[in-house]
Design a protein around this ligand. Sequence first.
Ligand code: ADP
Ligand code: MG
Length: 240
Amino acid sequence: GDRTETLLQTDGLVKQFGGFTATDDVDFSVAEGELRCLIGPNGAGKSTLLNLITGTYEASDGSIYYNGHDITDLDPHERVSRGISMKFQVPSVYGDLSVRENVRLPVQQFADGEERRRLVAEAIEAAGLTGYEDVAASQLSHGQQQQLEIGMAAALEPDLLLLDEPVAGLDVAEREAIAERIRRLNEEEGIAFIVIEHDTDFVASIAEEVTVLHNGEVFREGPIEEIESDPEVQRIYLGG
Ligand code: ADP
Ligand code: MG
């Protein structure tokens, strides 16, 4: 599609937990086919923003538009149907199930028969786990489990895929394998991404544009090189 079209847009988005404002008047947008990273110190509101976009959390105020439609009041399942998919911060693969059985879980809610088999096969390929179909997920390395989760999230051929800290705890080689999965899904399938990640080397390896959240607000937005060398961004990471 036309990469200059807006895919997702939030307008004055607010999330309050009791009296605490976790997301504060956020205007944020992602274009079709864009790969955007979301960074910011712990507690900045990154996961909360993704959970608002998926509908896991209900917005306290403001709106979310997707493909030009107001989706603020849609339930999570309806958002998945419209093309929004997420890999959560907490691992969600079933160790006792094989790679194929895990991938089938998200797919079987939306497809059956030949379509189901095609989506499962493509998701295993997208995960980079061809040859591991019958291996129990518990037997995979931590990095391969993360690849599996990305494949599961990509299985429904979303237009927008949200990844919350996909390389946390992984070594350099495992990080590069994940970066490769993300780049391929973005370039070959045209899937837009919002990726939460702290490691600036990893961010620079997948994204050009970065959004910095701080205290629930958009603090900075721009190219990774600019953001990395911004003294104000360095200051918030040091807790100033
Ligand atoms: P990040 O992902 O940037 O580390 P979060 O979005 O997880 O930050 O959290 C932002 C703030 O909102 C934190 O102060 C956190 O404690 C608070 N918060 C997040 N989820 C909840 C919740 N379900 N109930 C209460 N407070 C929450
Ligand atoms: Mg988080």
